[in-house]
Write a protein that binds this ligand. Structure first.
Ligand SMILES: [Ca+2]
Length: 321
């Protein structure tokens, strides 16, 4: 009981997705975190699939005590866009885990977020690895929770800090990141909410140095842990489609940051989310200017540089441990 008190409480809002699945593995297995709930949303796949996939991972880990609540089936105001990147027929890199037998939480994800935050005011961080539809709806439905959320750690946006941010853009406009692109209005609500937001963009989450070594991959293959084989298979799945291993662990960076904030160096800047259709829909526009900065845009903590070897060590330790 006492040990639990020291753990950082999180809600993981996700859309599994192979990398969300690995983010769940890291969060659930980390002794530093207490996962209060997993909430699912439309994103990489429809919400029925992302919900079942979250349950499948918890069943694989033997942690069905953690509630999974199904959330928003579509973005707040927009149609569901088609993901240009595939996570395979099952949304989990074709690992084809067994269908879940545990029931979903009876509450809607938006209500579960509100209830967990209200029951633990000031203590719960939201780790967001998906479009922000659930979080934005929770803020609309119960604005009083704004001051009760300890912070949000999100895989969100791209900030032009290096070439990876642009070259690995995941949205369906040239410079957008998928989570923001899918529901830009939701992202805008969350960015403008006044809640402490750490946005880990593609600049750090899809950096080339995130790639696992051949030796790491061999350790996954030889492990007796199912979650290690899941990651091993996912790496082969993406490699077979011309993508690199980093694709399998993008969302893990937000969980790693929740576990140890020294993993990513951040800086504060004013950021706006583009919600108008066209070339830049879903872009996270940073005002880097020394003069005439648009200070009315919200201040966000942006991931600048990660300690990639520390990240990979943490990932491997949690997956294999
Ligand atoms: Ca995701």
């Amino acid at each position: 009981m006492e040990e639990k008190e020291l753990k950082k409480k999180i809600i993981l809002d996700c859309d599994p997705g192979m990398d969300d699945s690995m983010a769940i593995v890291m969060a659930v297995k980390s002794p530093a975190l207490q996962v209060m709930a997993i909430t699912t949303v439309n994103g990489n796949y429809p919400v029925d699939v992302t919900s079942a996939n979250a349950q499948k991972v918890l069943e694989l880990l033997g942690r069905t005590d953690i509630p999974v609540a199904r959330g928003m089936a579509e973005p707040m105001f927009r149609d569901i866009p088609k993901d240009p990147f595939t996570h395979g027929k099952d949304g989990q890199a074709e690992n084809f885990l067994p269908n879940p037998v545990t029931p979903l939480c009876e509450k809607h994800a938006v209500d579960l977020i509100i209830d967990v935050i209200k029951a633990n005011p000031g203590e719960v961080y939201i780790v967001s690895t998906a479009p922000m539809s659930n979080i934005a709806m929770a803020l609309k439905k119960a604005p009083e929770i704004k001051g009760m959320i300890a912070g949000i750690y999100a895989i969100s946006g791209m900030f032009g800090l290096n070439a990876y941010a642009f070259a690995n853009a995941t949205g369906d406009t040239p410079q957008s990141e998928w989570n923001v692109y899918v529901d830009p209005e939701a992202a805008s609500i969350v960015y403008n909410s006044g809640i402490d937001l750490v946005a880990l963009g593609l600049d750090v989450a899809t950096h080339f140095d995130v790639n696992l070594t051949e030796k790491d991959i061999e350790r996954l293959r030889l492990s007796d842990k199912k979650e290690a084989h899941f990651l091993y298979n996912a790496i082969h799945f993406v490699n077979g489609r011309g993508f690199e291993a980093y694709c399998t662990v993008i969302d893990c960076m937000a969980v790693a940051y929740a576990i140890d904030e020294t993993i990513v160096e951040t800086f504060e800047a004013h950021v706006g989310v583009e919600t108008k259709d066209g070339l830049t829909l879903g872009n996270t526009v940073v005002d880097y200017r020394h003069h005439h900065v648009w200070s009315h845009l919200p201040l966000v903590k942006i991931g600048k540089k990660a300690d990639y070897s520390k990240f990979l060590n943490m990932l491997m330790e949690l997956v294999l441990g």
